[in-house]
Ligand binder design. Structure first.
Ligand code: ZN
Length: 161
């Protein structure tokens, strides 16, 4: 079976930061990843690279930031008063928070604390990075009606609900 719209694919993957050569994540030796194709469950560049692949296919693909987690944007760095972190005993660089905004929840990382001013970065941790994936397609099946309605995979490797 071939990966196409409304198929559920199971993959083993390793992803490397092209610039540093560092392995970011790998499913080797663990559970493979399962996703619903064509539902934007994974980054666009990877979904595109998987289109038309078959069970047993193994390939490498490098994905530029725009087709991965986006370009790094200085506009997404903000300085906020420490008072905004009500209930946090001590705000420190490296802390992660979720802020509620008019566009929905946004994940923030604290990058700097200067007296009463906290610098937060809303860029995805992998923004601006080209990513090199090694992929092996383990399985492909049809999605169920329910999975298509929900826009994600159920059962093994997916949502349990
Ligand atoms: Zn569901």
């Amino acid at each position: 079976m071939t990966i196409a719209q409304h198929k559920v694919a199971t993959l083993h993957y390793t992803v490397v930061d092209v610039a540093s050569g560092e392995t970011i994540d790998s499913s080797e030796g663990g559970q493979p990843m399962t996703y619903l194709h064509g539902a934007q469950n994974i980054i666009p560049g990877l979904e595109q690279a998987l289109e038309g692949k078959n069970v047993g296919d193994a390939f490498d693909v490098t994905i530029e930031p725009a087709d991965a987690y986006g370009e790094y944007s200085e506009d997404r760095i903000q300085q906020v008063p420490v008072q905004a972190f009500e209930g946090v005993e001590q705000v420190e660089p490296g802390m992660a928070f979720t802020a509620q905004t008019e566009h929905g929840p946004v994940n923030l990382i604290v990058t700097e604390v200067n007296d009463d001013i906290v610098t937060v970065d809303a860029n995805h941790p992998l923004a601006g990075k080209a990513l090199a994936f090694s992929i092996k397609v383990e399985a492909v099946r049809d999605a169920s009606e329910e999975e298509l309605a929900h826009g994600h995979v159920h059962g093994e490797g997916g949502h349990q609900h």
